[in-house]
Design a protein around this ligand. Sequence first.
Ligand code: GLC
Length: 472
Amino acid sequence: MKIAMIASEALPLCKTGGLADVIWSLSHELSKMGHEACIVLPFYKIIKDRPAMALRRLGSYEVRLSWRKQNADIFLWEYLGVKFYLIGNDYYFNRENLYGYDDDGERFAFFALSVQRLFPFLNLPVDVIHVHDWQAGMVPVLIKEQSLGEEVYQNTRFVMTLHNEAFKGYLDRYFLNHFFGLDDRIYESGAVRFDDMVSTLKSGIVYSDKVVAVSPSHAKELLSPGDPMRLDGVLRLRDRDFCGIVNGVDVEEFDPMNDPFLPKNYGVTSFVSGKEACRKKLCFDYELENDDAPIFGLVSRLTFQKGIDLALKVGESILRHGGKFIVLGSGEEELQRQAQRLRDAYPTRCAIYIGYNNQLAHDIYAASDFFLMPSLFEPCGIGQMIAQRYGSLPIVRAVGGLKDTVVGFNGKNADVATGFSFVDYDLGALKATVEKALTVFADGKTMRKLIHNAMKTDHSWRKSAQAYLKLY
Ligand code: GLC
């Protein structure tokens, strides 16, 4: 089967969040299963600046956004059996960051229009065009409204996966015609309209043949009346074509047994000494006291979605009671400042790294005893699955994918529990859960049992990729 992933980020080329991991891992897994998966991305500056990329220029074509004419320069890069088609245009994509510009709407309108022309240009018939999030939402609309006559699209079906429904991809109504040359009637009919704007996210949901949330629990949440994402109405209309498929993690990259970043590798039978060595190294590197106190780790974008405000507050109480707290991530300035204040108050027990650092991420997963992820909402979440593989017990809010991937300890289920969970988004509930975790920590036997369960849980992509194949 020929499958094309259309997305705004993918490892190993560009990443701001979990979307990048998913696009790469799913494509790689599908290709290992014998399918032809390719990834289509904007050719960002950060990709251009990569040293020694063996790129092939395939040619270029003109894309019209109403009176504007822009060139799409197409490059091909291959990596472990997966083809990457990169859509180049210096005006739109040769910028420092992936997003965050006033004209993001126009940049991704150009991207969607370029994708529409890409497959005819390559003369590549595709079975499935799989679009992700608002940046790619207009692709099914454009092809279904304007390009169904093209030979290459004769057998094409469209799947849309929703990774972050908080971003609706709003555009002024005027741009429907102005950018895309689409008829106003699809606005009038409501098909692409949301909040009296065009929403590229909603458009993708309406026009795709199948729609997927990244976990079954999150799919249920999205369908509930009153859900804060406010997509329940449109998703109920697509009820029969909507489901949840939980993401996996790259079990080769995140394998404590073969992880080149760790000072000592370990598995389910050797985690006590392995994690001890990792703990010593982390404490040494970040000048933290080298004692036996429990370490709480956090690796995340620092945004309200991830419950960072709660995590930092509970972090303060952990530190006050002699625990250690290590944070890696970047995001909202105020949260970054709060994190730094914690470190200033507890310099020998708390480490904060603002930014991204792969080595440190691996060190935190391996060295920590607990992994905090009290998200406000979480379509799937990846950190909690990686943490389990490294024997760091996740402390999560039972929401979305966190609910589907962590079995919370309730005092009686030590045979199956892989972490801790709580329901209400409030500091009291999180504090009580941290206390429960500390009680388990003090009782070494239960702690070891939970670590064992967590490390043995299968979070590989195989099952998820099979579920996607079935859907395709
Ligand atoms: C988004 C979601 C996260 C999910 C990821 C990949 O970043 O917030 O929950 O794991 O996409 O699907």
